[in-house]
Design a protein around this ligand. Sequence first.
Ligand code: IMP
Length: 433
Amino acid sequence: MPATILVGTQWGDEGKGKATDLLAARTDFVVRYQGGNNAGHTVLAGGQLLKLHLIPSGILYPDVTPVLADGVVIDPKVLLEEMDALTDREIDPSRLAVSGNAHLIMPYHLAMDAVTERYLGKLKLGTTKRGIGPAYADKAMRLGLRVQDLTDPKIFREKLEVVLKEKNLVLSKVYNRLPLDGDSMAEDYLGYGERLAPHITDTAALLYEALRAGKRVLLEGAQGTLLDLDHGTYPFVTSSSPVAGGALAGSGLGPKEVDDVIGVTKAYVTRVGSGPFPTEDAGEAGRQMGEKGNEFGTTTGRARRCGWFDAVLLRYAVRINGLTELFLTKLDVLSGLPRLQICTAYRADDEVFEDVPPHQSLFHRAEPVYQRLSGWTEDLTAARRFQDLPPAAQAYVRRIEELAGVPVRYISVGPDREQTLEVTTSARHRRPA
Ligand code: IMP
């Protein structure tokens, strides 16, 4: 049975949690392959809203095995807090599998994330301050501590001593901070290790065997295509690879294991943190999107910047990820906007670009070329079939599909699992009523 990859096509916050939750009902394994607790989704657990940052929402299904694979960076304190919060709501987290190769976020990573952002001043990236960038930097420097180190106190202490010596020098001499205490850090982390030990396993082998046994695997990207370290709007990106290629490297599966690559795309665009955003709307429309779409970060609570749908970026995401279908979210949020617009190209330095311009400066200066579309006033939240949508909403979806060259397979019109339309091929080709 082939695996499916689910990725965000924008700057994160496309509603991947909702998409994963829906698809998890039809899968056996839900796998995070990159990022850490910089991500976040809100789930309904035990009748209460619960924010999860690391554990995939598949945990809510008793038959699904949630996996944190090799490419993830793990703050074990946060992970254990999430597991405890689930247990409190009578959701059993014991199925969670954690790769021994995943790197650990350490207290000095959090400290470095804070001081380096402050140091950058106006040029700051607007990170989530969860220590993600410094943890991935240490991984690339071959200075990282990994989950498997937690199971060997001698090795853990030895590695920590070497690394902490350098970190404390930087923190105190460069950034004028107090040095961190290695003994208490080791004690805390080895304690976390004891609790996590039953979950630590070779997740790449687990997934390989699962696929051989005909099980269904969903590889869930965090953040989004434009936050990818290689393919995003560098340097305003995260430090890992959310794109479909990253799913293979981060989970340890080969390319032939995957058939579908689903792109989750919001019916408008949002971005948190700094960086270029050609279709940003600082006016009334952007305000409605933010308010009605409840566009505040799950992890940091920051208000997200909002803007019009950008088909140039979607086409880019289709190409970079090899998307086979789209999951369009939050279409209901656009109800009531008198007119809509979709960016179909950019204009920069008297040139028109139908793809992302080849140089960052052109992208920073890019002016959107918009196609106007009619809005609709109807509330969409009760729609359950494509045909239930008003003609203008059908036309909006169809135009996105045309511009992307990939079918929209699902449309979400509200936060509940039931508020999702599965678009059949025949519905897609029917003329609006
Ligand atoms: P970091 O991942 O905390 O290092 O932050 C780097 C950039 O990625 C910042 O602009 C963050 O706002 C952004 N970012 C990280 N995670 C998410 C996410 O889950 N959704 C949206 N933006 C994110």
